[in-house]
Design a protein around this ligand. Structure first.
Ligand code: SF4
Ligand code: SF4
Length: 472
């Protein structure tokens, strides 16, 4: 029985409900009247339900599809403007006791090099990341209570926040680790994490159990209910994701929106972010079974329909995707991307080489952060290294209120420009700096509130004169 307010995974992600929605969408994919009604609701930019969203995803009417893309772009523009927040993953350890069939870190993979960073190695990695210009990290680690217990993760977070190299600083540490207890989530909150990220991989219970035959992650309910426990532990920014290509994409698309609805209804705050990774080739993983199961076209439509369904949720695309694909989805709703990523343990300090097989997946977009920043600005985007909300205590419902009030434009935009200015001063090549300075001058004019605009101009002049870390 479907119940959005239930604490039970199998009730808030009801298989029966998803199947009914998929059937309804299939019946209505050419029904102009039904689709128009959904589009009318979507134009209010307050979101649509999972049942409505899957109809849009399935829609086969070309003119309505064009309208879906237009609307996704408008929503992206309205809430996120032309800003793209930058981050990098930091792999701490690839020891893992789980048996996930699509991940090379699975416990049975005997020919992968197992590594865990010491605190000294964490320092080296973080300094390398700071020297690239990163301010926001997503920590990644396998699940292994012996090699990577929570205490190890907490120690790493502490180390990361303590490192101030030249003008660098990591100002927000997001964490992507295995589902755990309320008590552990409380400790992560106390350690000052930003978002807690946990990918569901797939919402289809049987397929989930097949793909996770061994280890603690094989417990579907414990994994699916993790975000509720994280919120009970005081973490109010959580990040959802499915790994597209593991299961029928229509099923998982519907499931992830139901999960977002559950968090909003049951915990009062929807997800802070949704990630849209697709399965990639990796060591000891059968490429014929998992090879980007969804086409680029469907991937783009998923991004657009998610943007329409959950306008208040940031959307992330990683370097799993090529520069070309990333370019195609940016304007449809992506608000955060990674840049200059290394997906191996220790890969920032030491260049990854052919011998090193500790990477979790092949990176498609191998450009440096500087190149990605340059590319974004060429496309008319403002790369942002902003971490202001979390540091000003604007998390959870306080963050959502600001976003919904659309006042965020007076916040995000100046913050984006100021953090971009820091990047240009400290890490950019002369060519990138030249483009960036022009962009900042143009974009400052777009800040609607005059007092904020003047203040931002002052801060930018101060940054030029060597000061750092201003925020609204
Ligand atoms: Fe371990 Fe995560 Fe890989 Fe599964 S996906 S094997 S839990 S690192
Ligand atoms: Fe994100 Fe807040 Fe910065 Fe805007 S002001 S980019 S919402 S951290």
């Amino acid at each position: 029985m479907y119940q959005v307010m239930s604490p039970k995974a199998e009730e808030f992600i009801s298989d029966e409900e998803i199947r009914e929605c998929l059937e309804y969408a299939d019946q209505n994919k050419n029904n102009a009247a039904v689709i128009d009604e959904i589009l009318n609701k979507a134009r209010k930019m307050k979101g649509i339900t999972h049942k409505e969203a899957i109809v849009l995803l399935d829609c086969e009417l070309e003119d309505r599809n064009q309208e879906i893309y237009r609307l996704a772009e408008q929503i992206k523009q309205e809430f996120y403007g032309n800003r793209i927040v930058m981050f990098a993953p930091l792999y701490l350890s690839n020891y893992c006791i789980n048996g996930c069939e699509y991940c090379p870190y699975h416990a049975k993979n005997k020919h992968i090099t197992r590594k865990k960073l010491t605190q000294e190695e964490v320092r080296r990695e973080v300094i390398a990341l700071q020297d690239m210009g990163h301010k926001r990290l997503a920590l990644e680690a396998g699940e292994d209570p012996v090699h990577n217990p929570l205490e190890y993760i907490l120690e790493c977070i502490h180390t990361i926040y303590s490192i101030k190299h030249k003008n660098g600083a990591i100002r927000r540490v997001n964490v992507n680790i295995a589902a755990t207890t309320v008590e552990d989530y409380r400790k992560l909150k106390e350690a000052g994490i930003g978002t807690y990220i946990l990918f569901q991989e797939t919402y289809h219970k049987k397929q989930y159990e097949k793909l996770h035959p061994t280890g603690p992650k094989s417990d579907y309910a414990y994994h699916t209910e993790a975000m509720d426990r994280a919120m009970d532990g005081g973490i109010d920014d959580v990040g959802l994701g499915v790994l597209f290509g593991l299961n029928n994409y229509r099923y998982d698309f519907t499931g992830i929106i139901m999960h977002a609805e559950h968090l909003e209804a049951y915990k009062g705050v929807g997800p802070h972010t949704i990630s849209v990774p697709r399965v990639r080739r990796a060591d000891d993983i059968d490429p014929d079974v998992f090879d980007n199961g969804i086409s680029d076209e469907i991937f783009e439509k998923i991004v657009a329909c998610l943007r329409i369904a959950v306008p208040y949720t940031g959307m992330i695309v990683s370097t799993r995707e090529s520069a070309k694909t990333r370019e195609k989805v940016l304007h449809l709703g992506i608000s955060q991307i990674s840049g200059g990523s290394r997906t191996s343990v220790g890969g920032y300090y030491e260049e990854e080489d052919e011998e090193d097989n500790s990477a979790q997946f092949d990176v498609s977009d191998r450009r440096t952060l500087e190149e990605v920043v340059h590319w974004l600005m060429d496309l008319g985007y403002v790369p942002s290294f902003c971490t202001a909300c979390y540091r000003a205590g604007r998390t959870g419902d306080r963050f959502m209120e600001l976003l919904k009030s659309k006042q965020i434009v007076n916040c995000c935009h100046p913050n984006a420009l100021m953090t971009l200015k820091e990047f240009l001063e400290d890490y950019a090549s002369p060519e990138t700096k030249e483009i960036g300075e022009k962009l900042i001058a143009e974009e400052l004019k777009k800040i609607p509130n005059e007092a904020v605009r003047r203040k931002a101009e002052e801060y930018i002049a101060d940054i030029h004169n060597g000061e750092r870390d201003f925020r609204f």
